[in-house]
Write a protein that binds this ligand. Structure first.
Ligand code: HMG
Ligand code: MG
Length: 306
């Protein structure tokens, strides 16, 4: 198959990237990251999540962050909402502070569903259904994240049929597009393609994105494997931040810088300015007191230093 000529990246750094940080990160720094990402040309940014602050303390400032960002025209701002309580909190602010898209998040693994959102897969769909309906009714777009589509920290390998089952349930409640997530970064290209294939039985290729954590260093090859199937939406985190607090041992998302370097090298357009993106990654990494977790960032900064 001919590779896509253009790719859209969702930077999930402010949400997936920071949710797992033990040290406090101020709302001001989170807002600063969102601003730098949009200035670098990101057209979609996952800003925060409206989850329980007892479960994920780092996202407790969700409303403050949504209030503090200065939006740029043409950029889509999304947030996670696992239930009606989260959705209501996300739209408690004036209309102009509402998210453009909400994300309900389920799992292809029963055990992970229990650990992450404290309910079974079937119960999660029951909880999501009114959230999806309310969002669509208000003109807010809906994405569904599907965790553990190749492997689970509790159940091990996940069969593609389980991914297809979840995709079908998501479709059934009106979810408009889905993320095929390798939550713990164990996937390899053929396994990721099988998870994509199972999802393609229920969603159009334009409505599917790849969300690959890079724990085993496979995220870039998995991205290429998905590109070969025509997938052109991907999620990544600037500076390779990230990880789910309920996925033990999982490291960050693939670094946006590395994905952009690969895509541009293949002549695939992203609309992103890699230099500005690298600076965004440096900004958040400095706030966290460490180096960006991106090989492309490191190489380019070394070259810059001459
Ligand atoms: P629960 O305890 O089953 O919920 O949690 P509950 O309905 O029984 O309520 C218990 C308490 O939580 C109540 O408060 C509620 O008000 C409160 P209390 O009366 O005890 O004071 N509560 C909330 N507070 C704020 N916002 C809410 C909310 N809902 C209930 N929305 C729940 C269920 C889903 C809320 C909980 O399990 C939770 O917050 N989990 C968070 C999981 C999470 O954020 N994980 C990380 C994101 S997913 C991810 O990273 C994967 C992804 O990147 C893709 C991939 O890589 O796989 C997307
Ligand atoms: Mg994730």
């Amino acid at each position: 198959m001919k590779l896509p000529t253009r790719v859209k990246l969702v930077d999930v750094g402010p949400r997936d990237g920071l949710q797992n940080e033990k040290q406090p990160v101020s709302a001001e720094v989170k807002i600063g990251l969102v601003h730098r990402l949009q200035d670098a040309g990101l057209k979609e940014i996952e800003v925060t999540s409206f989850v329980s602050p007892k479960w994920v303390p780092q996202m407790a400032d969700n409303a403050q962050v949504m209030h503090g960002i200065t939006r740029k025209a043409g950029v889509l701002y999304s947030v996670l909402t696992p239930n009606m309580k989260g959705f209501e909190a996300a739209i408690a602010a004036p209309r102009e502070e509402w998210p453009d898209e909400i994300v309900v998040f389920g799992a292809a693994s029963e055990a992970f569903s229990q650990k992450n959102i404290n309910c079974s897969i079937a119960e999660s769909i029951e909880r999501f259904a009114p959230v999806v309906a309310a969002a669509l009714e208000k003109g807010i777009r809906v994405r569904g994240a599907m965790s553990c589509t190749v492997g689970c920290p509790y159940e091990g390998e996940i069969a593609p049929a389980k991914v297809g089952y979840l995709a079908q349930l998501m479709k059934g409640i009106g979810v408009q597009r889905v993320d095929v997530a390798d939550t713990i970064g164990v996937g390899t290209p053929r396994k990721v393609q099988a998870a994509m294939e199972a999802t393609l039985a229920h969603f159009d290729v334009d409505a599917i994105s790849g969300h690959f954590h890079d724990t085993y260093g496979q995220a870039l090859v998995n991205t290429l494997a998905a590109l070969e199937m025509g997938v052109w939406n991907f999620q990544s985190s600037s500076a390779g931040l990230g990880g789910c607090p309920y996925a033990k041992g999982a490291t960050g998302n693939v670094a946006t810088e590395d994905v952009v370097y690969m895509l541009h090298g293949m002549g695939i357009e992203t609309g992103i300015d890699l230099d500005k993106l690298i600076d965004a990654g440096v900004y958040i990494s400095q706030a966290l007191g460490r180096e960006p977790n991106s090989r492309a960032s490191k190489a380019i900064r070394t070259k810059r230093a001459g």
